[in-house]
Design a protein around this ligand. Sequence first.
Ligand code: NAD
Length: 253
Amino acid sequence: MILKDKIAIVTGAGSGIGRAGALAMAREGAFVIVADRDGKAGEATVAAIHAAGGRGEAVRTDVDVDADIEALVGGTLERHGRLDILHSHAGIQVGGPLTEVAPDGMDRSWRINVRASYLAARLAMPAMMAQGGGVILITASNSGVFYDREMIAYTTSKHAVIAMARQMAIDYARHNVRVNALCPGWVDTPFNEPFIAQMGGRAAIEAYVREKIPMGRWASAEEIAEAILFLVSDRSSFMTGQALVVDGGESIA
Ligand code: NAD
């Protein structure tokens, strides 16, 4: 149990990678606060945690609403007295090139991918400093370390997420707070449903990842959860300000 009795918040934990990460943290002994905009999805993750013998609770949270983030972090500190791990995972993808992404799409990308992670970290940091340390993990993407076509809102926001994690890392390292970014490539979760529809079905996307990714496949959410466990536990105790890419070699190729 590498996270025994740690108190962990995971945003966007109602589905996909966030859910797999929350389950993995609970399996390793953490009490997980499952924060998702979709209340039912959050409850379902908690039910799965309990079914596996773990501990956790759901707090319905829309990270686009400041008051929700304040209630999430403040309530966690009130109920549990500490916060060891903050994984800001909720994020959105607004696709398209410059001329097709309206200002609203750019704003939403920045609010949810960047600003929400900033605000959650800003609220968590004083408590982490006071208790002698903590871990912050922010989900970026391999689109935060390379450039893909027609992705202006997503790519710029994910590059910014990594810059923000690095800035926090150097500013708070002396307080024993480690901050890293997670950069998955293609992962088989509902996040990619719009692409599956756009490409004409699952067979088409399977062919696409076979061709595009050196490892010839996409990841499962559970594979990404292993990297999450590494980054939020003492197994990465001397690692801060890093962007860990888990993408089957796509960004190298
Ligand atoms: P997913 O669609 O399976 O789950 C996302 C969850 O986030 C959902 O439960 C949704 O309700 C929740 N959510 C969305 N907006 C929210 C908000 N405003 N407040 C709170 N919760 C909200 O997605 P996933 O595969 O877990 O991916 C999500 C994150 O991972 C994003 O940050 C994304 O950029 C990143 N990512 C995903 C992939 C991939 O291929 N799946 C690759 C790289 C990066």
